[in-house]
Design a protein around this ligand. Sequence first.
Ligand code: AMP
Ligand code: GLY
Length: 425
Amino acid sequence: MNVLLLGSGGREHAIAWSIAKSPLLTELFIAPGNPGTAQFGKNISLDVLDNEAIVTFCSECDIDLMIVGPEAPLVNGVHGAILNDSRTKDITVIGPQKLGAMLEGSKDFSKQFMLRHDVPTAAYQTFDAKTLAEGLSFLETLSSPYVLKCDGLAAGKGVLIEPTLEKAKASLKHILEDGSFGEAGAKVVIEEFLDGVELSVFILTDGADYLLLPTAKDYKRIGEGDTGLNTGGMGALSPAPVADEAFMQKVKEKVIARSLTGLQQEGIPYKGFLFIGLMRVGDEPYVIEYNVRMGDPETEAVLPRIESDLLGHFIALGKGSLSQEKMVITENTSCTVMMVSGGYPESYSKGHPIKGLEQVGPESMVFHAGTREENGQIVSHGGRVLTVTSVAKDLSSALENSYKNIGKIRFSDCYYRKDIGYELN
Ligand code: AMP
Ligand code: GLY
């Protein structure tokens, strides 16, 4: 089985690590990959948004299966491009076609979908520049805090939670009148604030059957005690502490089953991961958002807990035999702690040599998020640089191992949160 994996972050490093363990793998290519993925396959320089180049590569290198890491190539229709070419149409693609990718690509689309299929979510209304006045009036009917979401993809920055009515009105005007988020902010979803505990649920699905992956909790804020700006994610734990059995039963019935039935009823094909961002309010699940891919850094905490063959599950999905698969998950707990460049998520410098990677012990794994090799030296090359994962019998041992090994890794201006899991101790 020849596999192509699209992407270049910590999520893709973890996926490469996981499928490289499979006896079913012949050759793994990663486009464009990073120095971490290069340990498990061949990095190739391909633009993940160039569908024609990807189709040509798949055909020339006899690719059997393609995994799409990030959302942008899915929203850009890479799956359809593979299906529409006679040379590549039989390739199994992990990641939905353009229509399914709209669940992440448009907040308004996904909210309407949830409403149609009775998937629990916050009450909302959508506004554009023409209906700005109505949007401002709608804000007056809500109470603080106010949740404003840009409809389109905004690199994780399109959600604003405003503490006062004045700020919420100013932000709405800023997005719709001044175009501060460009095309992504052409429409804005305003929704009810949900007061609860967040968690992430992931499934691998062929649109009918599914495998439930380990749950996770993501730490999104830059500062300790969950303060400061939102980031792509500063660390994650798996399982999510609030994902007990009774709650997960509700998630399966009210969220997963209804979402999959909805996709089928609307004739939306869906093969790949569905990442459901949830808020647990009391004992009830509410969907905050769908993502059509795995989370980052959740993947780096989730995949190390999967003991069955992930590539085998992907192949079964392609063959239509997912219902016969069983995902085996360790009872152990995992954590991952992200090391970032000082200044992230705002401006930061890169190109700093990273030392001490070889001193990391076998109790932890380092996944590369934003690194590059320059003259044989690994250097920082992004906001999020490395993430250190540990799996252990309990959370405190896992965290202890990750922090111990982070202490061995050095690069200028490095920052990480020292309090991942803080609220659970
Ligand atoms: P999203 O980009 O949709 O994941 O939203 C970013 C973050 O905003 C989420 O992780 C939540 O912490 C928060 N958020 C989004 N929607 C709501 C809501 N309706 N109520 C409370 N918090 C929310
Ligand atoms: N860590 C959140 C995400 O991947 O969307």
